[in-house]
Design a protein around this ligand. Structure first.
Ligand SMILES: NC(=O)c1ccc[n+]([C@@H]2O[C@H](COP(=O)([O-])OP(=O)(O)OC[C@H]3O[C@@H](n4cnc5c(N)ncnc54)[C@H](O)[C@@H]3O)[C@@H](O)[C@H]2O)c1
Length: 399
């Protein structure tokens, strides 16, 4: 139970939650509703405007300021949100009274910006991936824990109602025992100079796979091509091996004519295809399968195929990024551990680092070693294995 302490000015001050990190507490004023959490955003390039829009629209948050090093991006914010304070440097934003910041800058800057924000006493949500290495990720988690602050990572798809439904299908055993998973995330662009396609796109698939299967990968191998730039992989194929023996193949590409965001889960009872590009049929469940081989009386090998119905579960749609931003603010307020906490971010970065190692060594299988942090708060265990149902975590469950 949190203990809210009221300040002399009547506003509620921070309190400490069971997991240790400070939280905002509730305003005890009559019918005022919860106090709005003051949030700042660092980075307003391609993705930042989505975060800015969502935070600006949220009743429980107050978008106080935006920092970007590019004047034209600050001008964009000024045009759309004239009341929001603008900063050409993140340090100026961190000097304000914001309680939390969202970092939406290129990957190589995540660690530096998140570390400075935590050191300045702010809760932090970092866009995916959490950082550019395992050691950077560990340092961020340790700083957050030492200062009783929250570090959350923007694994947006874990707030996607279709992914929730896919997880339910697997968790409830509707697909049966999972044989394998195939994932494809393809597009033309957006090419980057300082991060390859694995670090850019695969965090989505790795986080989804860990969440849906409820397991972390134990080994990964990766191969890729550098087609357009001499030194940056733009097409890659990963194979992830999970504890149970399930394997998953992930194809990521910046060099494909079609936009594809598809995950196929093949079980021994049914198969499910999650197509994020589809507006109305995000998930199709195929009552399709093959019975185990039998040998007939003549000693001939026989298979029996099953072609049943295709069902399309109804999914109550909500914008995943809005759910993610609301979850961030809610966790600050209540002191709860976020679904995509620092340890989740660390697990994904551990897989990415092992995949990079594999790429450098011709695709050899590399063990995934996720550091166990001794001082870890309850959020640390078990990594990626949140087996609560969608209803328990407050998301609409598709029927
Ligand atoms: N969750 C998702 O679905 C999703 C989608 C796209 C991008 N992303 C993530 O969002 C982040 C940003 O990606 P993007 O495509 O918007 O990049 P971008 O390059 O388009 O934009 C980054 C912005 O950050 C600014 N910036 C860089 N360093 C800064 C600093 N030190 N202080 C202040 N501003 C700084 C740049 O000027 C730029 O405007 C990345 O981590 C990326 O992986 C997430």
């Amino acid at each position: 139970m949190s203990v809210a302490v009221r300040g002399s000015n009547g506003s509620s001050s921070r309190s400490t939650s069971p997991n240790g990190h400070q939280n905002g507490g509730h305003d005890n004023g009559h019918n005022k509703g919860p106090r709005r959490i003051k949030v700042g955003v660092i980075g307003c390039g391609y993705w930042g405007p989505q975060l800015i829009r969502n935070i600006h629209e949220m009743a429980d948050a107050e978008l106080v300021g935006v920092a970007d090093t590019k004047p034209e991006r600050l001008e964009f914010v000024r045009r759309h949100y004239p009341e929001v304070k603008l900063f050409s440097s993140h340090t100026q934003l961190l000097e304000t009274d914001v309680e939390a910041v969202v970092v939406s800058t290129p990957i190589h800057t995540h660690h530096m910006l998140a570390k400075e924000a935590l050191t300045a006493g702010k809760h932090v949500m970092v866009e995916k991936p959490l950082a550019a290495s395992v050691s950077e990720s560990v340092e961020l988690i340790n700083i957050a824990q030492a200062r009783n602050l929250m570090v959350m990572v923007g694994h947006t798809f874990l707030y996607n109602p279709a992914v929730q439904e896919l997880r339910r299908l697997v968790g409830d055993g509707e697909l049966g025992r999972v044989y394998y998973v195939d994932a494809a995330r393809l597009n033309l662009g957006l090419f980057q100079r300082r991060a390859n396609v694995i670090w850019d796109l695969a965090p989505h698939d790795i986080s989804i796979l860990m969440y849906v299967l409820g397991m972390t990968p134990v080994a990964v191998s990766a191969r890729g091509s550098m087609c357009v730039q001499d030194d940056v992989y733009d097409v890659a194929y990963l194979e992830l091996l999970f504890e149970s023996g399930v394997s998953a193949h992930v194809h990521v590409s910046w060099l494909d004519p079609a936009k594809v965001r598809r995950i196929t889960v093949v079980g021994d009872k049914k198969m499910a295809v999650y197509n994020d590009v589809s507006l109305v049929e995000k998930i199709r469940v195929y009552d399709t399968g093959v019975e185990s081989p039998v040998t007939n009386n003549f000693g001939e090998f026989q298979l029996s195929y099953r072609h049943g119905q295709v069902t399309i579960p109804y999914i109550t749609w909500q914008e995943p990024l809005r759910l993610e931003c609301e979850h961030f603010v809610e966790c600050i307020r209540t002191g709860a551990d976020p679904r995509t906490d620092g340890m989740q971010g660390l697990a994904v970065v551990s897989v990415l680092e092992a995949a990079s190692d594999s790429l450098m060594h011709g695709g050899r299988r590399v063990p995934v070693e996720i550091p166990s942090l001794t001082a870890a708060a309850p959020a640390a265990a078990p990594v990626g294995v949140d087996m609560r149902t969608p209803a328990q975590i407050g998301l609409a469950s598709a029927s």
